[in-house]
Each structure stands twice: as C-alpha cells, then as structure tokens.
Design a protein around this ligand. Structure first.
Ligand code: HEC
Length: 110
C-alpha cells in the first residue's frame, strides 16, 4: 500500500489494462462511427436509427425499415432515389462494416 502511494504507476497501468479492452469491446462501434460521421454525407443526416442517436427524416427510418445487410450494401454501392452512392467514398470493407452495423442496429439481423 505504502509503495503505491509513493509510486502510483503500477496502479495506473493496472487500471489501463482493465479499462482499455472495454472501450473496444463493442462490436458495433466501428459501424456506428461510420454511420454518424465518417461516411460523408453522414447517414445520420437523412436517416433515423436509435442505436446511433440519429433522427434524420429525409430518408426512411432504418429502425422501421429493418434492411438486411445485403440491402444496405446495395443502397451504398449504387445509391437509391435521392440517396447518393458511396462506392467511391467508402472502401469495400467500410461498406461491409456499415451494412452489417445497420442490419444489426435496426434489429434486422443479429
Ligand atoms: C441525402 C440523404 C441521405 C443520406 C446522406 C443517406 N441516405 Fe439512405 N436513403 C435516402 C433516401 C431518400 C432513401 C429512399 C430512397 C428511395 O427509396 O427512393 C434512402 C434509402 C436507404 C436505404 C433503403 C434502401 C432500400 O433498398 O430501400 C438504406 C438501407 C439506406 N438508405 C442506408 C443509408 C446509409 C447506411 C447511409 C450512410 C452511408 C445513407 N443511407 C445515407 C437518403 C439518404
């Protein structure tokens, strides 16, 4: 105990070791970040999705539509109606991450 008072470093390292993995443990986090900001223009501007705190009303509510990942990916690659295509803005990997995220966050797929 007295040792820790003089040198708190071991405690700090211990705390870091336990908290750091938690920050990355949410499997939806990367897709959520794409949805909220990294995809430009952001999906959240036009779509409602509770998981992302998004309330956009230009496109359909994804909570209600519950598109599966294939349907999201198709909209992202080709665009649909007023929605721009993201094929040139996102990598194939980002499109997949985002598609899986929307499908899971909307409850369409687990
Ligand atoms: C500028 C506004 C806008 C932005 C930004 C936008 N969308 Fe859309 N989105 C729409 C509109 C409008 C529709 C309805 C198109 C139609 O059915 O004519 C739509 C439709 C969709 C659909 C349904 C496709 C289908 O098959 O019916 C999905 C899924 C979707 N958007 C996901 C996304 C995702 C994910 C992003 C972010 C990368 C995004 N949208 C960004 C406006 C937008």
């Amino acid at each position: 105990m007295r040792l820790w008072k003089r040198n708190p470093l071991p405690l700090v390292l211990l705390a870091a070791a336990f908290t750091a993995p938690v920050a990355y443990a949410d499997p939806l986090a990367p897709g959520r970040a794409l949805f909220k900001q990294s995809a430009v223009p952001a999906c959240a501007l036009c779509h409602a999705l509770k998981d992302a705190g998004a309330e956009g009303a230009i496109g359909p509510s994804l909570d209600e539509l519950k598109p599966d990942a294939a349907r999201v990916a198709k909209a992202l690659r080709n665009g649909i109606g007023q929605m721009p295509a993201y094929r040139d803005k996102l990598t194939e990997q980002q499109i997949e991450t985002l598609s899986r995220y929307v499908a899971r966050a909307s409850g369409a797929q687990r």
